[in-house]
Design a protein around this ligand. Structure first.
Ligand code: ATP
Ligand code: FE2
Length: 321
């Protein structure tokens, strides 16, 4: 059987079918007119392309065993639009619903794509920056951002300099041509903060390339420090990088070097599975379904603040934690 997965927590509406492998994937990204996602406009986008996106993957309705959807965390209006479509499909096809935590789905598709079994995970995206590790039936959050995600920090800096949105790729390019300048580094305990760094970068009078190099190096060094400490603390030997910022070659290099020094392995999934995508929801929905973790319509309310450590991981019960 197949599981249809729907993702739409933020800017990307994406649907996928997962069987033994990925069968179909179709996405429709929302491109904000001038930087920054407006929650109601993103939801409006999702509603307007819903029929087309689902239609592209719904080729064999008779073989679908469940509808999985991202229940949270995310923007309320987008989550509501996606949940409504998922409920309608579940009723129409007479199959159960699976409510998937978006952050957990990043981890699971990452494990599937890389073959890693029990990694420390750095989830670095626009809205999120978190370090997870599996322990006793849950994904524990070892550290996370106290303000904005590392991707949004890069996007905010880019907006201030009229660079195209999203800012990450252009900052990466400029940083390669610049030399490092010192900017404020903020790690508090196991947590991170990026707003002070972005403000200082915005105000810097140094050449743009150098500010980009300093911004990137500082933000990524903070992420690597927390990941390294989680790795040492948890006694694991794999590091997995997920989320849209994971596309950055410098961040990958810094994590790879840290892992080599510690005798750990490092991996990053291929691009398709890095940023938000329907495949991660369909795949996680499939393994949850196989462990009987479905929800009723009453339990399908959206969860905008849903945290990874609230999820009881039913599908890894036989693994050491
Ligand atoms: P989430 O809901 O998980 O927070 P998201 O909506 O931020 O996800 P993603 O696709 O995971 O979506 O990540 C998008 C972010 O990735 C943007 O902030 C973008 O600037 C950043 N990004 C993309 N490519 C690069 C790159 N090469 N270097 C750095 N950042 C990048
Ligand atoms: Fe995400």
């Amino acid at each position: 059987g197949l599981v249809l997965g729907l993702e739409g927590t933020a800017w990307n509406l994406s649907a996928a079918l997962f069987g033994e492998d990925l069968v179909a994937l179709h996405s429709s990204p929302y491109v904000p007119p001038k930087g920054g996602i407006h929650p109601r406009e993103a939801a409006q986008h999702h509603a307007s392309v819903m029929k087309e996106v689902i239609g592209q993957v719904l080729t064999e309705p008779d073989r679908i065993r469940a509808i999985a959807f991202s229940q949270g965390p995310g923007l309320g209006p987008s989550l509501r639009t996606v949940a409504t479509a998922a409920r309608a499909l579940s009723i129409a096809l007479g199959v159960p619903l699976v409510g998937v935590n978006h952050c957990v789905a990043h981890v699971e598709i990452g494990r599937w794509a890389t073959g890693f079994t029990d990694p420390i995970v750095l989830y670095a995206s626009g809205a999120n920056t978190q370090v997870f590790g599996y322990l006793n039936g849950r994904y524990r959050i070892f550290g996370e951002t106290l303000d904005i995600g590392v991707g949004n920090a890069l996007d905010k800096f880019a907006r201030g300099h009229d660079l195209p949105h999203p800012g990450g790729p252009m900052i990466e390019k400029l940083a390669r041509e610049g030399s490092y300048i010192e900017l404020p580094y903020t790690v508090k305990g196991m947590d991170l903060a990026f707003s002070g760094l972005v403000s200082a970068a915005q105000e810097s009078k140094a050449p743009l390339e150098d500010v980009c190099a300093g911004l990137q190096e500082t933000a990524f060094a903070m992420c690597v420090e927390v990941t390294e400490r989680a790795l040492a603390h948890a006694g694991k030997d794999e590091v997995l990088l997920v989320g849209g910022v994971g596309a950055n070659a410098r961040l990958q290099e810094m994590l790879r070097i840290m892992c080599e020094e510690r005798g750990a392995s490092f991996a990053v999934p291929e691009r398709t599975y890095l940023g938000d995508n329907g495949a991660m929801i369909a795949y996680t929905g499939k393994i949850m379904l196989e462990h009987g973790t479905t929800i009723t319509l009453d339990e399908s309310q959206i969860r905008p603040g849903y945290r990874a450590d609230e999820v009881t991981v039913t599908w890894r019960e036989d693994e050491p934690g």
